[in-house]
Design a protein around this ligand. Sequence first.
Ligand code: 13P
Length: 252
Amino acid sequence: MANRTPFIAGNWKLHKDCADSITFAEELKRAIPQDIDVDVMVAPTFTALHPVCEALKGSPIAVGAQDMFWEAQGAWTGEISADMIRSCGCTHVIIGHSERRQFFGETDETVNAKLKAALAAGLVPIVCIGETDAERKAGKTFDVLGTQVTKGLNGIDPETLAPVILAYEPVWAIGTGNTATPEMVQEVHAFLRKSVADTTHKELANAMRILYGGSVKSGNIAELMGLNDVDGALVGGASLETESFSGIVRYK
Ligand code: 13P
């Protein structure tokens, strides 16, 4: 089995202004050991990216954006490019979060365009996928996820896909307290690894980190991380406080 370094990411969503983000980043820097053997990332709002990158300099905590646009520059009012994100000091970017898909018109095609642009700019993309409650109840979970993977990765040279991290976030588990059961998570993650192998090749799929997201807390992280195909977590609510996030990061 491939040796995949665990990856724990905090998605701050629409929380914390600049001052609060800096204070929180400084607290995390103190709370998370310098020699932690887990990759850790936080994703503040766009306006806090640069100050948080500055605050976390010299710490093991990486910084990512919550979204990006696929064009590099031009008349695209309100958008942010991959290079702009990099110029703030970020190394990562979340793409295709279900909240973007649900409320802001994100599609598998726009995810694909963003993924290409992120890779070209040298950012590590965290590509989010996940089924809704209605899709799961209708027995469509694997169809939906398979399509999201194949369309998301469509037309991208597998040789360039190595940095990509996949995040499985069932929409019905986000912010609801309803974590998917370990059986559901392992079943989906194994399916996703196979889908990536079928779309690209086996070595890439074996090396790719697949995160779980949806009501992850310090109380359920160890069990999730014990599953064969779970390589980390994308955390929302429980990433907003030092104690809960550092507890998740130090799950071992
Ligand atoms: P919660 O951890 O609040 O369920 O959010 C998960 C999520 O959407 C992370 O991107």
